[in-house]
Write a protein that binds this ligand. Sequence first.
Ligand code: FPP
Length: 245
Amino acid sequence: MNLEKRVLSNRIPCHIAIILDGNGRWAKKRKLPRTFGHKVGADNLKKTTINCSKLGIKVLSVYAFSTENWNRPKEEVDYLMKLPLELEKSFKGNFKKHDIKVMFSGRRDRFSKENIELLSKIEEKTKERSGLILNICFDYGSYTEMLTATKEICDLYKNDRIKLDDINEELFSSHLYTKDLPKLDLLIRTSGELRISNFLLWQLAYSELYFTKKLWPEFNNKQLLVAIDNYQKRNRTYGGLKEKK
Ligand code: FPP
């Protein structure tokens, strides 16, 4: 049986997350500017979104800009800030065709007014769609996400809206950006780095992890199938002995 058939005949992960790493190195290898690597990376994100949608994956979360990425050179940050507009312009027809809903997770207060409006516009325009959800983590960091949730919960407690015993996993999860999304099944990181880098720390408690040396611009449909095939061979016990169905 070929790889695609095998993957499709097994359980498809519902929610995949990807740390899109290696754009800079991909460009450097070709003596091209880092920003060109991000351009090719953004094109690859579009292709991967469609590939995931075709495989029946329900949610694709991607780490597009971290809370720490503001420390990069201004030229690079400026380029990355233009990517949501580029995505909107170049891909809206295709996203509609595949019924893709787009959401952004992360801080909004450090973006330009134009970008703040654009992110809301994209979310608003696609919110009724029922196909794959593309969750773009943009100015995202898990520390910020969890601290914000903690402050919101403390506020509820202070105002007598909840009791101490009401604070549990479910309540905490309901204060995260991912509150409406299914549990994360598989986290992929490209480029050979073996780190999580402040990405979805709460959500990946029981996710499977997959690391590949391929740089993000090289991560094609075949690589995606290899990652899912590898995931399908894992025995997910959630701390117990038998796999949960
Ligand atoms: C990490 O590679 C990549 C990023 C910081 C940006 C990734 C963003 C995209 C692929 C596009 C996102 C699209 C939208 C619509 C926002 P790196 O620069 O750290 O690579 P390096 O480790 O090789 O230097």
